[in-house]
Design a protein around this ligand. Structure first.
Ligand code: FNR
Length: 450
């Protein structure tokens, strides 16, 4: 069972705290790693899947096939799932889904962002401490793994101690305290004195947080621990910028960290967009250099990897995964997903006059030169046709395009998660009906959805 004494911890960070970064932190020396904050109702849209190719457990969004949370054996006893919630029952339903796959559950009570606060989550729970208490109590009473929460401080030590004492009574095993108030920003000084005041008066372990600006090397972590008198320390930005901060042996240079991170991103089939985001936050100002700009133009994992001499590594691994059955973004076959059951608005179009098939567009299977739309436009130009017209409809967060070409209409009946993908999907259908791509080729691209 996970404990919170003398631990150095990777703090929860949206989009940063996905599996590759968590494993990197553990391999460099972190004792515990938090997931990014996951919102309860979004998590509840997912289904648990064992991924035998990657040896991971995936929670797959049933509306679009994206991975909501991916974890693996290596982190099982060390990963804490952080939840954004304002509802004890929903929180418990998520906790029950992941109970056997993670080491602990943490409730985010420190996020000051509008999205959280308006939804009664994050720091709003500090203003509604009865609700905060109920959520924790419900979890503590019904799950077998430790439950914790992460808060910010109030203006005074006494008020902060008050809420911590109340939450501790719910039976939580530790509490993370970010030493800033809800209105303070990361550049404001951290109130180590208030964290210390609470830590000295409360019996459960307190995890000190907020010291990244002063933590430039491994030994600084212990200075922060001393200063706050806490059991453990949790790092966010210092780890986001250079994850090797967790190394006892000292910091590694940026390129080494990026390479170590990229290998994990490839090994665990991390999405190119998430991988890119994490590297952007390591490069920071260096995105303005020629290499940085080349990096910003990258769209695929292989393109990103090439910049750090890992292009071949990525290509070989992706080929191996493809041969084993992983295709592009699908970690489950799309037919296993429950379709959103949305209806396209046809207005003056008779849907029977629209050539349809169910295909999806998988970006990783195309390069910049052979995208379906580019292929279709090139063919149209060469053969003297007007270029196709695209009309895209959005229902909730999903998109479908009807393409008009040479007086005929084409669409994919698969709802895509953005407009660009929906247009590319419709172009694939058109290419098929023009005999410019075969069914076999579409199957090979993993685009056909049965
Ligand atoms: C955060 N933080 C945060 N906190 C949290 O409880 N859940 C979350 O999902 C996130 N997401 C997040 C993303 C990014 C990019 C940053 C920089 C921060 C806040 C974070 O965990 C921490 O409390 C603060 O950054 C202060 O700690 P440091 O950065 O001084 O170590």
């Amino acid at each position: 069972m996970i404990t919170y004494e003398n631990k150095i911890i990777l703090a929860p960070m949206v989009r940063i705290g996905t599996l590759p970064m968590r494993l990197l932190a553990l391999r460099y020396g972190a004792d515990i790693v938090y997931s990014e904050e996951l919102i309860d109702w979004k998590f509840l849209r997912s289904k648990r899947k064992q991924n035998d190719i990657l040896n991971t457990i995936d929670f797959v969004d049933q509306t679009d096939g994206t991975i909501v949370f991916r974890t693996c054996d290596e982190e099982k006893d060390k990963v804490v799932l952080q939840l954004g919630t304002c509802d004890p029952d929903r929180a418990l339903r998520v906790a029950k889904l992941v109970e056997n796959d993670v080491a602990a559950i943490d409730i985010n009570m420190g996020c000051p962002k509008e999205f959280s606060v308006k939804g009664g989550m994050g720091v709003a729970l500090m203003e509604n401490s009865d609700k905060a208490f109920d959520i924790l109590k419900k979890l503590v009473e019904n799950v077998t793994i430790p439950v914790t929460c992460k808060i910010r401080i109030f203006e005074t030590p006494e008020e902060t101690l008050n809420i911590v004492s109340k939450l501790a009574k719910a039976g939580i095993k530790a509490i993370g305290i970010h030493g800033r108030t809800r209105n303070e920003r990361p550049q404001h000084p951290v109130h180590t004195d208030i964290i210390r005041y609470v830590a000295e008066r409360i019996s459960i372990p307190v995890i000190a947080n907020g010291g990244s600006k002063e933590i430039e090397k491994y030994s600084d972590i212990f200075k922060f621990k001393e200063l706050t008198g806490c059991s453990s320390v949790m790092l966010a930005r210092a780890a986001e910028w250079n994850c090797s901060i967790f190394r006892k042996e000292g910091l590694l240079d940026m390129d080494t960290v990026i390479k170590d991170y990229l290998k994990l991103a490839v090994d665990f089939d991390n999405s190119p967009s998430n991988t890119k985001y994490c590297i952007q936050n390591i490069l920071r100002d260096l995105q303005e250099t020629p290499r940085g700009r080349r990096f910003l133009d990258c769209q695929t994992l292989e393109q990103i990897c090439s910049i750090w001499d890992l292009g071949e590594y990525c290509k070989d691994k992706q080929l191996m995964y493809q041969n084993m059955g992983i295709q592009g973004r699908w970690q489950v076959t799309p037919s296993e997903l429950e379709p959103p059951n949305k209806k396209i608005k046809t207005n003056d179009i008779n849907l029977e006059d629209v050539a349809q098939m169910k295909v999806c567009f998988i970006r990783a299977n195309f390069n910049d030169l052979n995208l379906p739309k580019s292929q279709l436009h090139a063919w149209a130009g060469k053969n003297g046709y007007k270029i196709p017209q695209y009309e895209t409809q959005q229902v909730e967060k999903l998109f479908r395009t009807i393409l008009t070409f040479d007086g005929k209409k084409y669409t994919s009946s698969f709802w895509e998660k953005n407009k660009k993908f929906a247009e590319q999907g419709a172009a694939l259908v058109c290419l098929f009906y023009l005999n410019l791509i075969t069914e076999q080729e579409l199957i090979k691209l993993g685009s056909i959805i049965k």
